[in-house]
Design a protein around this ligand. Structure first.
Ligand code: CTP
Length: 389
C-alpha cells in the first residue's frame, strides 16, 4: 500500500484537510499526518489519528510516539508528501531548507514527489516574498497547487483559498503514479457530447457524460504526458494539470481538434460527436404550430479526417446496439485507426453515464474482449495498448 504523508500547517483551511485525509483512506492509501503546533489549534491530532489509525506527529521530540527516528522512517516510506494547507510561514521554511519541527524536518528528508497547497490571506499570498518563495519551491521541483479565489475567512476577497479537495486528490493521484512512460509525449483527447442548436432555446445532443474521455485524459496525464482535452458540455470537474478546450457543437470540436492535432503523439476520440445538425439554426424561438420538420445535414467525421495522413497513433470508439464486432471492425478500417474501443451500450454497466465499462479492443488482427471494469482502470488499459500497437 502506498503511503502518503500529509503535512498540516496552521490555517482555517485545516478542516478541508480532514476531508482530504478521509478521502485518501477511502481510496486505499496509507496516510500519515504531521501537524505543526499551530495547526493543532484548529483541529486536534486525534481527528486525524482516528481516520488514519496512526499516531499523528507534531513534535520531533515526542518520546511517547515512537522509538526510531520518526522523521527519517516516515520520509523513507513515503510515496508522496503534500502540505495542505501550506501557510506563508511553512512555505518560507521549505523554500529555504529550514527544518525546525517534525513537519519541516521530514519534508527535508524526503526525496519523493512533494506537493504544496498554499492557503492564506490574499495580501500575504500576493506579497512578493511569498511569491518568490513559491517560485523557489517550484524551481526545486515541488508541485504547487494554486489556491482559489473567493471570500477568505478573514473577510477579504481574493486569491488564497485552499484548492478544493477534489483537485488535491487529483494532484496526489497524478504525482503518486510512478510509471511516467508517456513523459515528453503529447496526447489529445476528446470527450463528452456535442450540442447542435435548433433555435436559441433548443438543441440536439446525446447521453454522453464525458466520463470515459476524462478518465483517459487523466490516465495519460498520470503517465507523464502533456494532455489537451477538447470537451463538449459535461458536468465533470476540471481535471488538474490538463489543458481543457471547451466546445459545444461538432463544428467547434472539429475546429479545436484541427488546430491542436499537429505535434500530437496520440489522439483519442472518445467524444460522442453528433452525426447531424440542423441545416438552418433559427434566430428566433420556433413557435409551436401544427407540426415541425427539421432538416438536418451531416457534420464532418472528425475521426475519419484524423485518419488521413496521420503522424500520431489514433484511437477511436464505436458505440453500437447490434453487430458490435462487425461494425467496429468496419469503422476501424475505414477510419485508419491503430486502436478501436468498441462497446455495446445494451450491456448492463457499459457506456453512457456509468462509472464502469465493458469493451472489446480491436487492433491489428486481434479482437480482445475485456471484462467489466471501472472507466479509470480501462483508461490505463487503453493508453498502454495504444502505446504497444
Ligand atoms: N466521430 C467523429 N466525428 C463524427 C462522428 C463520430 O469523430 N462526426 C468519432 C467518434 O468520436 C468515435 C467514432 O467516430 O470515436 C465512432 O463514432 P460512432 O458514433 O460509433 O460511429 P459513426 O462513425 O458516427 O457511425 P454510425 O453513427 O453510423 O454508427
Amino acid at each position: 500500500m502506498e503511503t502518503i504523508l500529509v503535512g498540516v500547517s496552521g490555517g482555517i483551511a485545516v478542516y478541508k484537510t480532514v476531508q482530504l485525509v478521509s478521502d485518501l483512506i477511502k481510496k486505499g492509501y496509507d496516510v500519515e499526518v504531521i501537524m505543526t503546533k499551530n495547526a493543532t489549534e484548529f483541529v486536534a491530532p486525534l481527528t486525524f489519528s482516528s481516520l488514519t489509525k496512526h499516531d499523528t506527529y507534531v513534535d520531533t521530540f515526542n518520546k511517547n510516539v515512537h522509538y526510531d527516528i520518526s522523521h527519517i522512517s516516515l520520509a523513507k516510506k513515503a510515496s508522496l508528501f503534500i502540505i495542505a494547507p501550506a501557510t506563508a510561514n511553512v512555505i518560507a521554511k521549505v523554500a529555504n531548507g529550514l527544518a525546525d519541527d517534525m513537519l519541516t524536518t521530514t519534508f527535508l528528508a524526503c526525496d519523493c514527489p512533494k506537493i504544496i497547497a498554499p492557503a492564506m490571506n490574499t495580501h500575504m499570498y500576493e506579497n512578493k516574498i511569498t511569491q518568490d518563495n513559491i517560485q523557489k519551491c517550484k524551481d526545486y521541483g515541488m508541485i504547487v497547487v494554486e489556491p482559489q479565489s473567493g471570500r477568505l475567512a478573514c473577510g477579504d476577497s481574493g486569491k488564497g483559498k485552499l484548492a478544493d479537495v477534489e483537485t488535491l486528490l487529483d494532484a496526489i493521484e497524478c504525482y503518486s503514479y510512478t510509471n511516467k512512460c508517456l513523459k515528453g509525449k503529447r496526447v489529445l483527447v476528446s470527450a463528452g457530447p456535442t450540442r447542435e442548436d435548433i433555435d436559441p432555446v433548443r438543441y440536439i445532443t446525446n447521453h454522453s457524460s464525458g466520463k470515459m474521455g476524462y478518465s483517459i485524459a487523466k490516465a495519460a496525464r498520470n503517465m507523464g504526458a502533456d494532455v489537451t482535452l477538447v470537451s463538449g458540455p459535461v458536468s465533470l470537474r476540471r481535471p488538474f494539470g490538463i489543458k481543457v478546450i471547451d466546445v459545444k457543437s461538432a463544428k467547434e470540436m472539429h475546429d479545436a481538434i484541427s488546430t491542436q492535432k499537429d505535434g500530437q503523439d496520440y489522439i483519442i476520440m472518445s467524444a460522442a460527436v453528433a452525426d447531424y445538425r440542423p441545416t438552418i439554426v433559427s434566430d428566433q424561438k420556433i413557435k409551436k404550430g401544427s407540426g415541425l420538420k427539421l432538416e438536418l445535414e451531416k457534420t464532418t467525421d472528425i475521426l475519419k479526417e484524423l485518419g488521413e495522413d496521420k503522424t500520431y497513433k489514433l484511437c477511436g470508439f464505436a458505440m453500437e446496439t447490434q453487430d458490435l464486432i462487425a461494425n467496429a471492425q468496419k469503422k476501424f478500417k475505414e477510419k485508419n485507426l491503430d486502436l478501436m474501443v468498441a462497446n455495446d451500450i445494451k450491456v448492463e454497466g457499459a457506456g453512457f453515464g456509468y462509472d464502469t465499462n465493458e469493451v472489446t479492443l480491436i487492433y491489428n488482427d486481434t479482437i480482445e474482449n475485456l471484462k467489466l471494469m471501472s472507466k479509470n482502470e480501462l483508461a490505463y488499459k487503453i493508453m498502454y495498448k495504444l502505446m504497444e500497437v
